[in-house]
Design a binder for this molecule. Structure first.
Ligand SMILES: NC(=O)c1ccc[n+]([C@@H]2O[C@H](COP(=O)([O-])OP(=O)(O)OC[C@H]3O[C@@H](n4cnc5c(N)ncnc54)[C@H](OP(=O)(O)O)[C@@H]3O)[C@@H](O)[C@H]2O)c1
Length: 230
């Protein structure tokens, strides 16, 4: 499948590499291609700058957000949550219509340091997932994977033998079915995918972030996940 991965950070890089490995064609979206290519220094977590990463992953094409959106039959939103709608709006009118948008972004504000806070306008009585769905009513937004570190998104068996949960929210059952198929390619067992209902349920999964961040700071490692036991 032709997949657009919007976002050049560690999530975009991790997802793109896995998708290529699975045989998909991937175009990664950024604001300015030349500027992204010049980013060669590592981030604070040791991830390579996108300019270095793209050189060692030649199967992934780097393009503008608009070009990536036009290319993708399915769109993955891996942009900074507070800027996701702007990134998606870079697409030409109609280029997102009828497409699935897999939204794994979190609406976090890092401007006051760590830990970041949820952006007030995008939580509690709404969520980023819902606001994307409202902004693109002809697309099918499926919120998933946002509650874990990106290494685990594409390799769930890395912890606990894969015995932990990933949530799914979205209004369209067929879109959720398609995303479940993609998640199964990533290694997710179907019974570990917990469908929480329509896109309003992404209010709950985005609100997991404050506790996720606190656990991460205590463990000093993002390789953990939540499991629902009943
Ligand atoms: N890191 C994880 O393990 C993890 C886990 C779960 C969910 N998430 C979520 O996944 C998303 C991506 O995280 P990340 O750490 O890989 O990257 P990030 O630093 O949060 O976001 C990077 C992307 O956001 C874009 N961006 C920044 N400012 C923008 C603006 N003003 N307008 C349009 N686009 C803008 C950047 O575009 P340029 O390429 O042009 O710079 C870049 O592609 C975030 O929402 C994060 O909360 C992350």
């Amino acid at each position: 499948m032709n997949i657009a991965v919007l976002g050049t950070g560690s999530v975009g890089q991790t997802l793109s590499a896995k998708l290529v490995q699975l045989g998909h064609k991937v175009v990664m979206g950024t604001r300015k291609v030349g500027e992204a290519q010049s980013r060669t220094t590592k981030d604070g977590y040791g991830n390579p700058g996108i300019g270095e990463w793209i050189k060692s992953n030649p199967a992934v094409k780097l393009a503008t957000f608009a070009e990536a959106i036009a290319f993708g039959q399915l769109i993955i939103n891996a942009t900074m949550g507070g800027k996701s709608i702007a990134a998606l709006k870079a697409g030409k009118s109609g280029d997102l219509a009828g497409k699935i948008i897999v939204d794994l972004a979190n609406p976090l504000d890092f401007s006051k340091g760590m830990p970041p806070v949820l952006i007030p306008e995008l939580c509690n009585t709404t969520s980023l997932g819902e606001e994307i769905q409202k902004a693109f009513p002809q697309s099918y937004v499926v919120k998933t994977l946002n509650t874990m570190w990106c290494g685990l998104m594409v390799n769930p068996s890395m912890v606990g033998g894969g015995d932990h949960h990933n949530f799914i929210s979205g209004n369209n059952p067929e879109a959720k079915f398609e995303v479940r198929k993609l998640l199964s390619q990533f290694g997710w067992k179907d019974e570990k995918l917990l469908d929480l209902g329509d896109i309003t349920s992404s209010r709950g999964t985005e609100l997991i972030l404050p506790i996720w961040l606190r656990v991460m700071s205590v463990k000093q490692n993002g390789a953990f996940n939540f499991k629902v036991v009943s």
